[in-house]
Design a protein around this ligand. Sequence first.
Ligand code: HEM
Length: 466
Amino acid sequence: MRVTVLLAAAAVVVTAPRWLPARVVALRRKVFEKVNGDNVITFPNAAVGPDRFQEVYSHPAANGRSRGAGLSDLFWYWLSPGPEVHQEHLEAGPRYDDVARTTRALLSGPADALSAAAARCAARVLDETVTGRVTLVRLRDLMMPVWAEYFYELVFGEPCPREARDLIVGHADDVVSALKCTGLRHPARRARLTRYLARRVAAGDVRHPLPATLTPTEQVHYLQGTFYNTGVVQMSDAMAHLLLALAQHPDVAARLADDPADDRYFTRVLDETMRLYPLFGIAHRITTAEIELDERTTLPEGSVLCFSYPDYHASGHARPDVFDPERWEHTPVRESHHIPFGVAANRPCPAWRLSPLALRAATGEVLRRFTLHSTVAHTRSLPNRGACLLVRVGEPLPPRRLARIGALLRVRDRWEHVWRSVVQLVLGTVMVLHARRLRLAGRYFDPRPTAGCRVDQPPSSQENTA
Ligand code: HEM
């Protein structure tokens, strides 16, 4: 009897990687739904399919960002300090226009210079941090200092000192870990960067005038949120996805490495990476007026519309789950269900021009130095941060050794996944409850205490990571 119980317990433990993470994710979703309510409409859906997705997303009344959605409390919690001046969360109006203009100006420049800066930062960080013949890294962590240096240079127009890089990485890592529910947020860590930036802004060190409609403190928060949170996190995530896809498709990596001048092929690889692993899981809007879809369907004012990028990107493609850059050879992006940087008519990403240039330059620096190998799970939210083996070019490992390391990496990844999914459940629940209690967005827009304020869609850690 005792032996049977022990054997059953052992079987449960040994098979945990197969069943536990999915159960925990389902439970986490339920907890978030219970706490947040489910007052949202997600697109595409049975009534509004992929063919009308962009029409609804681009509708002029789909333009509310934070006001009136309980979901905003969560985002403001994750993006603090200064979520009220984060470009993504500002309501339309003169302050938004001022902020958006400044972001565009800071992100603009000749293509050659933007690429050269990315190559320079990548080369510097790679040569400093990866010195061995074979190195096991987490791609997102590897890339964060690169983009910290890059956006520092873009904002201050000078090379990034080590102190600033560490502060930026500490902040960006804290934000993305909280967003993915793999860690709690640490306001003190974030405040250290705020203090540093405040000193630099006060000294007049930023190379472009900051939005005049913001107070000095808001200007600091604007820089911190847009460049040292969103900029660094999005580029590190994009790069981690791209490099992990290359690690798992060596033929694609070899073609890129052999012909770095072929920018059309790089564009296809990036499009395919962003199609399968869009950085935004869901982007949301709050309707500021009714939207009449047809005679029978009207979306009332105040609805929370959630636009699911993975579902939209999967529609209209043959074998949507397969990573296949070649599909873009004959498929014009403009005619596809493909919006990696959002929709042009409704607050698209201001870095849509800069990002591909900078990613290409940094990828070139990686492939010039290393071949990449990884057997870990590649999912959109990438909670494993892209564990990957970097092997120096010209010093390959024997195939059997590589296979052994790959097998170990796969096993470790599966067990980490079990532990992490439980951590995400617990920390996610704690943060959802804390955010509800603080009610940062709710109190900003409506300072009166609310009984039963309206709350919306669970984040399920698949929300946008910026
Ligand atoms: C590959 C890299 C990137 C991707 C795929 C990406 C994707 C996106 C998408 C899809 C949106 C629109 C979301 C929506 O409709 O609500 C967006 C918005 C935004 N992105 Fe990016 N992004 C990237 C890099 C960056 C960088 C480097 C920055 C800043 C330095 C940035 C700053 C922003 C801001 C401020 C918004 C809000 C725009 C607004 O509401 O006016 N992004 N991004």
